[in-house]
Design a protein around this ligand. Structure first.
Ligand code: NAP
Length: 399
């Protein structure tokens, strides 16, 4: 391992042991910093890949690109890796770099205050610590957002948020409702369409779907990756993937660009060519331009939604009651299980942590109207506090 000798023995605290926090731990280790603690609120690493275990969970970024650049993985099973494999990858890396010794599990930071040039930290259980530098690797997809639908507690069957999937609930031959059609809801519909007796997909706003392929890697391909580092490196920055990222970046930053036109052409053709029933096609047709919402990437949603046992419900929900979901038009969908694919409070970032910078300035006040940061990384008046994937970070992919 290539470790350097730093000129100062700085004390680092990293908040969160997801993929960003683990990466920080490794990079600090390689830079020769040993005075590093990672605080993790849960009992194991993994962040969003630990929290989400729903059926069909898949990373919609190609597996070889969804790796640390310095730790390519020839063993990925599919072009798009199943969530459990992603979790396993990060657990393997954590073990390889012996990072567990730096991680304090079940310790949620509740307060950080900058006093006399150092950060004073406190966890929910009352542990106190200090740091010269705080790295907030808190992620964005970990505070489940419950839908504002009345009657959730009245349902007699099983009901849970998708990030709190209850695996003790049987699904085969059950009547299942999925509320929400972001990436999560779409992946769940694809996965459950082959086992549910009846599957109702509740859609409030239609989504554009970008077609993707998800072939399994053959044993020969994996063998080639194992034996050819250059090929493995190429897979990490595969020209097709880089081109699709660049197309998306160009598209969202300039709606009149050729890239945006190309995206719109692809998703429109996908809808037109995949859905045969004209009524269903119109229900699935968004009334806004592609990429105004995060694009959904799916190899099989349009097939799943056309199966006999699957129904797309685009009428507004009135409330949830004992037997199922009641629509505003009076229809009742009787259900055994309801999965709430209603997303996360993605604008929370480090909050509800109480973060206090120079001269008592509170982050809650600075971010009262919306989260803002310098280059997604730092915030004026909060010295030596660095965010990984801060405000606007995910969309600031550069070429
Ligand atoms: P999401 O994209 O925020 O979608 C939430 C869904 O719930 C939307 O369809 C929303 O409808 C619906 N909803 C919320 N409240 C509702 C209500 N009261 N009544 C009816 N519908 C309601 O959540 P997500 O799908 O969990 O995705 C969260 C993030 O994770 C996204 O950034 C996503 O891209 C990411 N993700 C990534 C992957 C991956 O493979 N990389 C996989 C899964 C998720 P409206 O559209 O009408 O608001």
């Amino acid at each position: 391992m290539n470790t350097k000798k730093p000129s100062r023995n700085l004390r680092f605290v990293i908040i969160g042991a997801g993929m960003a926090g683990i990466l920080s731990g490794i990079k600090l280790q390689q830079a020769g910093y040993s005075n590093v603690t990672i605080y993790e609120k849960a009992k194991k690493i993994g962040g969003t890949w630990r929290e989400n275990t729903y059926p069909g969970l898949t990373c919609d970024v190609p597996s070889h690109a969804y790796t640390y650049s310095f730790e390519p993985n020839p063993e990925w099973s599919h072009q798009l890796p199943p969530g459990a494999e992603v979790q396993q990858y990060f657990e393997g890396i954590t073990a390889k770099y012996q990072l567990e010794k730096n991680i304090q599990f079940n310790q949620e930071i509740s307060r950080c205050e900058f006093i006399d040039g150092r950060w004073q930290l406190e966890t929910k259980s009352g542990t106190k610590d200090q740091a010269d530098i705080v790295i907030a690797a808190t992620g964005v997809l970990h505070h489940p957002r419950m839908p504002d639908i009345a009657g959730i507690d009245d349902f007699d069957g099983a009901i849970f948020h998708t990030a709190r999937w209850d695996h003790s609930v049987p699904l085969a031959d059950k009547r299942i409702g999925v509320i929400g059609n972001g990436s999560t809801g779409v992946q769940i519909i694809s996965a459950l369409s082959s086992q549910a007796a009846k599957l109702i997909h509740f859609q409030r706003t239609a989504q554009w779907i970008m077609p993707v392929e998800n072939p399994a890697f053959t044993e020969q391909e994996k063998e080639a990756f194992r034996n050819d580092q250059a090929l493995l490196k190429l897979m990490q920055k595969h020209p097709d993937y880089v081109a699709s990222v660049n197309r998306f970046t160009d598209g969202v930053s300039n709606p009149d660009s050729a890239a945006m036109q190309e995206i719109e052409d692809i998703v429109l053709a996908n809808l037109e060519n995949s859905i045969t029933d004209p009524i269903l096609k119109e229900k699935l047709r968004p009334n806004y331009r592609a990429a105004c919402k995060r694009l959904i990437f799916s190899p099989d949603y349009y097939q799943a939604i056309q199966k006999e046992n699957v129904h797309l419900e685009d009428q507004a929900i009135s409330h949830i009651e004992k037997d199922g979901v009641r629509l505003k038009d009076g229809t009742l969908h009787e259900l055994d299980v309801i999965a709430l694919a209603s997303g996360f409070h993605a604008d929370q970032f480090m909050r509800p942590m109480n973060i206090i910078g120079n001269n008592g300035i509170k982050l809650n006040d600075v971010w009262a109207s919306s989260p803002r940061a310098y280059l997604s990384i730092s915030i004026p008046e909060f010295p030596n506090l660095f965010m990984l994937n801060g405000p606007n970070g995910p969309s600031a992919i550069s070429h």
